[in-house]
Design a protein around this ligand. Structure first.
Ligand SMILES: [Zn+2]
Length: 543
């Protein structure tokens, strides 16, 4: 189509004539761009490897040997010489909070901080570099940074939190056990108490953050993200970026449904959005719900008490009957469900509700998803395959550092920890895997996730035997979780997720052949080129 438009400019006023001339003047399938001299891993089972790819009209036109693809080269064809590098389908992040992540790019980065003193040092440096800022917001801290029993401690007068402030529903204000004084740590919904007094970013600040976030995602090889909350309210911002030609990342954005009920106004909001946004760039046909919290703060719902605190099993955020009813109603409308479930009881509750929805609606190809699945009972593992439920998991969350081994595994206990992030078992029993990051909880860089899924060890190779090492995946299985598996999880495997003729031309060229290197080097992978819809949207600076 691009070619025809160029002709229209030359022969203004005689469009039909121009089109007719074009048909005779050019071979039938001249490519807009070709990638040659590459190692192309296609994920097409019939032809897993190729040398070259031709792109036309934002789609993949042909995949094959260099000589064959060269024939599609015309005078205007852009030629990308991959210099022998690996080409993969564009990566998809199946669980992200995109606006939050984008805003976090402007905050103090606490990732990898060793302890509280290190955090304080980073905060001081940031404050010195940003003298006009009233608020210093950090990101990327974890529980282990403050020692096993501790959490950060500070005063909260501005947020109006006092010793008398009650805990909100599904949240907790952490208090000193002796004085009952609020320490400054807030769990789950209690974070709202501070969030509401932090100055809200303006529309222009959000747009600027999103542009930076999109660029950041493209630089790491992402061509689509599945937003799991926080972005639905901002759909007009995404729409504006698209109208301005700045959207170089595809978005699948779920509506976040809060307990206790599915209300008519939720349905109105969902229905009007999905009439407007349902194409290759912005799709909104999904609803996210959270049935529980996280293991670290004992808010994930477990079937048996926590190992380190037998007084609690966590609790469900939803009344199971109301959650099940909401799932059935949304499923009946053809909406895809994403349920955050981390504890084994949370996971079981979601599986039960999905099974019920299938029984009452008799629907086919529903592909409901469970997000996170950090623990699961052995009996529930085969239900993913049986019920067609997608396991949407975040490999880097299982990274076995002190936060995971000393806090997470201590709380869960050895039995549950033996089935931690059990993607291999779920996959062996026929379940579909889809991978993501949960950015800004951890980096959106998928290559760190790839390494963790393959090694189940830290960058230093700890623990020696790996963390629940029988859950290790091959590089091929892991790549599938970020590409074709991810496309399936977003109901787009017919048009995305592999390098096959007719699919959207979303591709990446990377710095090393990840199938032929030592697994502890996978995270070093750099993206050289990112192509979305046939257009180069990121090019690494030449060395
Ligand atoms: Zn999340």
């Amino acid at each position: 189509m691009k070619r025809i438009r160029r002709y229209q400019a030359l022969f203004a006023g005689s469009i039909l004539f121009a089109a007719a001339v074009l048909a005779f003047a050019q071979p039938a399938h001249v490519a807009d761009a070709i990638i040659t001299n590459a190692k192309v891993y296609t994920l097409d089972v019939q032809h897993p490897w190729a040398q070259a790819v031709a792109i036309a009209d934002s789609k993949i036109a042909s995949v094959g040997e260099d000589a064959q693809i060269e024939k599609l080269r015309g005078p205007g064809t852009k030629v990308i010489d991959a210099a022998g590098h690996l080409v993969l389908p564009g990566f998809v992040d199946c669980h992200i909070h995109f606006l939050d992540g984008s805003l976090s790019l402007g905050r103090v980065n606490l990732e990898g901080a060793k302890d509280a003193a290190d955090i304080q040092q980073r905060l001081r440096e940031y404050a010195a570099r940003h003298p006009g800022k009233d608020w210093v917001l950090g990101r990327g801290w974890n529980y282990a940074m403050f020692g096993l029993e501790a959490l950060p401690h500070k005063k909260l007068a501005l947020a109006g939190i006092t010793n008398e402030t009650p805990d909100p529903a599904n949240g907790a204000i952490v208090r000193d056990p002796k004085t009952h004084e609020a320490t400054g740590a807030l769990k789950e919904s209690a974070q709202e108490l501070v969030a509401r007094v932090v100055p809200r970013p303006s529309r222009n600040e959000k747009l600027a953050a999103l542009r930076a976030g999109i660029k950041w995602a493209n630089e790491h090889g992402l061509t689509r993200v599945h937003s799991a909350g926080g972005d639905f309210e901002q759909l007009d911002l995404y729409d504006q970026l698209r109208r301005e030609g700045q959207q170089t990342l595809r978005f699948y954005i779920a509506y976040f449904l809060n307990p206790p009920n599915l209300r008519p106004q939720d349905l109105d909001t969902i229905e009007s959005a999905r009439k407007k946004y349902r194409d290759d760039w912005i799709d909104t046909n999904a609803v996210k719900m959270m049935v529980d919290g996280v293991v670290e703060s004992h808010t994930a719902a477990m079937l048996e008490p926590y190992s380190d605190d037998p007084s609690t099993k966590g609790k469900l955020f939803w009344d199971p009957a109301k959650y099940t009813a909401a799932v059935a109603e949304l499923d009946k409308r053809g909406l895809q469900l994403f349920t955050h479930a981390i504890g084994d009881y949370g996971v079981r509750t979601a599986l039960d509700a999905y099974q019920r929805a299938e029984e009452v609606n008799q629907t086919r190809d529903r592909r409901p998803r469970i997000e996170h699945i950090e623990t699961i009972t052995a009996a529930d593992i085969p239900r993913f395959g049986q019920l067609g439920v997608i396991a949407s998991m975040q490999p880097l969350h299982s990274y076995p550092d002190a936060d995971t081994l000393d806090v997470w595994a201590r709380n869960a206990g050895p039995d549950r920890a033996s089935r931690a992030w059990a993607w291999k078992s779920i996959s062996n029993d026929g379940g579909h895997l889809a991978f993501g990051s949960d950015w800004p909880v951890v980096t959106l860089n998928p290559w760190e996730g790839v390494q963790t899924a393959v090694t189940r060890q830290t960058a230093e190779g700890k623990p020696d035997a790996g963390f629940a090492p029988e859950q290790r995946l091959t590089v091929e299985e892991t790549v599938r979780g970020y590409t074709l598996g991810a496309a399936y999880a977003g109901r787009r495997e017919k048009t995305e997720g592999s390098i096959e003729p007719g699919k959207l031309a979303d591709l990446i060229i990377v710095s090393q052949n990840i199938f032929a290197i030592e697994p502890h080097r996978l995270a070093e992978t750099k993206v050289l080129t990112t192509i979305v819809g046939g257009r180069v949207v990121y090019q690494a600076p030449a060395k």
